[in-house]
Design a binder for this molecule. Structure first.
Ligand code: E4P
Ligand code: PEP
Length: 450
């Protein structure tokens, strides 16, 4: 039996249209946009509300220290890169990191991709100028093209449909990989194939061999391994482009309540989290677990006001605060936030994004980050929570499964010169496969100590 929605709840889903809204494109043709959003509203949802509920329960466990969130993927997915190889490599990377963390820290790991919808980017400037020519900034494949031409940079609503279809096929492959045998823990060695030359891969192989031995032992004892053959893998992206999120929001027939069915988890970015703005209003009205990024200027009072808006009743797992302070600031700025929220008592899941506060420009002009800063911010995150007796609930990482050279350092010692070799991101630099594994090994030590 399906539950009818309250008409006021449905009407409220459009309240954002009357509010200040940041980081949206200037669509040149409103009629074309309306045609596309009508079409999107008629297409099937990408995820099921019940899956979002299951994730909320797992994030609640992470808020209590009974699980750990690993959220990772591209800064900006692109349509061209949504290939089987790229998707497989990203999933392999996240699965390998999860194995390292689960095995090393004896903690269930919630696996979540910045995948199947991470197509819209907030920008510091609305325009880009090259050689005296100024054009709209690239805002992600869902809005405009990366090529520096007036045609490519003009926002095109047809891209919303392409984003939907590319997300659907990405999600389809993710589901096939994670439930069809590829992600089975019985194949833990396979994920390392082709990655055998450097120290993190060797360390991974050692863990894989130990897991194999444990599985053989349990098999000899007659254990049933059904639970090891599949994994839950959740999708997430920044809930930035409201012309996409609104038509993909659906009424759950079980409860009559709205869910944003573009992804299991959506987060509100640092640049669009104004309390009286459209994004906070919109996401306060959907039932998904929601994240909010908190940068170094956020205060304890901001955090409480966000809880009042997004999780007034204090439901565990509903609200995740993703802090991204920067390595040099986290130890000074995070404690006041955590103290205030802890005193309030309504639960949040604390997650560390060690990427977005650590951007630098290399001497040869690349937008990059230092692996050492990334690790230092993660260490600071654990230190603050340990000192306050609160729970470090997870990590939010920009990564790829490929051997790109976008972030400086790591045991491969990528330097300015090597950034030129494989710098492929369209917006922000990502950890490569090797750096991602190294990070996981270092986080195990931090988890064990916390
Ligand atoms: O991913 C985050 C932001 O979109 C990005 O850092 C903004 O980058 P910009 O300063 O190059 O616009
Ligand atoms: C833009 C992002 O982060 P932030 O909002 O923290 O800058 C992001 O995670 O892609």
């Amino acid at each position: 039996m399906s539950v009818a929605p309250d008409p006021e709840v449905v009407a409220g889903l459009d309240a954002w249209r009357g509010l200040p809204v940041g980081q949206q494109p200037a669509w040149p043709d409103q009629a074309a946009l309306a045609q596309v959003t009508d079409r999107l509203a008629a297409l099937p949802p990408l995820v099921f509300a019940g899956e979002a509920d299951a994730l909320r329960a797992q994030l609640a466990a992470a808020s209590r220290g009974e699980a750990f969130l690993l959220q990772g993927g591209d800064c900006a997915e692109t349509f061209a890169e949504a290939t089987a190889d790229n998707i497989r490599n990203k999933i392999k990377t996240i699965l390998q990191m999860a194995v390292v963390l689960t095995y090393g820290a004896s903690l269930p790991v919630i696996k979540m991709g910045r995948m199947a919808g991470q197509y819209a980017k907030p920008r510091s400037s609305g325009t880009e100028t090259r050689d005296g020519v100024t054009l709209p900034a690239f805002r992600g494949d869902i809005i405009n093209g990366f090529d520096f031409t007036p045609e490519a940079r003009t926002p095109d609503p047809q891209r919303l449909l392409e984003a939907y279809h590319t997300s659907a096929s990405t999600l389809n492959l993710i589901r096939a990989f994670t439930t069809g045998g590829f992600a089975s823990l019985l194949r833990v060695h396979e994920w390392n194939r082709g990655f055998t030359t450097n120290p993190a891969y060797k360390r991974y192989e050692e863990i894989a061999a130990e897991i194999d031995r444990a599985i053989r032992f349990m098999a000899a004892c007659g254990a049933d391994f059904d639970a090891l053959r599949t994994v839950d893998f959740y999708s997430s992206h920044e809930g930035l482009l409201l012309d996409y999120e609104r038509p993909l929001t659906r009424i759950d027939s079980r409860t009559g309540l709205p869910y944003d069915c573009s992804a299991h988890f959506v987060w509100i970015g640092e640049r669009t989290r104004e309390l009286t703005g459209a994004h906070i209003d919109y996401f306060s009205r959907v039932q998904n677990p929601i994240g909010v990024k908190l940068g170094p200027t956020s205060t304890g009072d901001d955090a409480i006001a966000l809880i009042d808006k997004l999780n007034p009743t204090g439901e565990a797992g509903r609200l995740t605060f993703v802090t991204r302070m920067g390595a040099g600031k986290i130890r000074d700025h995070l404690p006041q936030l955590v103290e205030k929220v802890t005193a309030d008592g309504r639960p949040v899941t604390w997650v560390c994004d060690p990427m977005h506060g650590n951007g630098i420009t290399s001497a040869n002009g690349y937008k990059t980050r230092r692996f050492s800063d990334v690790m230092d911010e993660v260490a600071g995150f654990f230190e603050v929570h340990r000192a306050l007796g609160t729970v470090p609930g997870g990590l939010h990482i920009e990564l790829t499964g490929d051997d790109v050279t976008e972030v400086l350092g790591g045991s491969e010692e990528i330097d300015d010169e090597r950034l030129t070799e494989r710098y492929e991101t369209l917006v922000d630099p990502r950890l490569n496969h090797q750096q991602s594994l190294e990070l996981a090994f270092q986080v195990v030590e931090l988890l064990r100590a916390s």
